[in-house]
Design a protein around this ligand. Structure first.
Ligand code: ZN
Length: 162
């Protein structure tokens, strides 16, 4: 694995339910619903981790952090991202940049985007301008539109750290 650049993409979806915190990019967002899952269900961080693992051709987060393992129950996804970052470094790569999109009908995410970028860039030890996070809706269509769930996608470009 000595290519100068390696690109990866990630996609994730979690269901919105009552009595769960809504955590996106490591930020707890006040909302009536939260995302269901084994960890803190941070769908944005999950998509970013899958993009990184994809760039390294190392499978997906389900293989690295099985939801059958109690060790990961309720865990902060930023901790998992830290582990994935160690993989990048151990293989001699560094992140060039990440671009991502969260698809949610509500709540409005704009007020929290900057804090998400801070959390993710700090966890990865890279400049904040290497992390782009966008938010959109699907105009009331589909499972994000009818507020059944939130989706996120990400792309990541790694470069050889020479
Ligand atoms: Zn997930």
């Amino acid at each position: 694995m000595r290519q100068t650049y390696r690109i990866g993409s990630g996609y994730d979806v979690h269901k919105l339910v009552e009595n769960r915190d809504l955590i996106l990019g490591g930020v707890k967002i006040p909302h009536k619903f939260g995302l269901l899952g084994h960890s803190d269900s941070d769908v944005l961080v999950h998509a970013i981790m899958d993009a990184i693992l994809g760039a390294l051709a190392l499978g997906d987060i389900g293989q690295h952090f099985p939801d059958t393992d109690d060790k990961y129950k309720g865990i902060s996804s930023l901790k998992l991202l830290h582990y994935v970052n160690d993989k990048i470094i151990s293989l001699g790569y560094k992140i060039n940049n990440i671009d991502s999109t969260v698809v949610a009908q509500e709540p409005k995410l704009k007020p929290y985007i900057q804090d998400m970028r801070v959390n993710i860039s700090k966890t990865l030890g890279i400049d904040i301008d290497c992390i782009s996070i966008k938010a959109t809706t699907e105009e009331g269509l589909g499972f994000t539109g009818n507020k059944e769930g939130i989706a996120a996608q990400a792309v990541c470009l790694l470069k050889l750290d020479s």
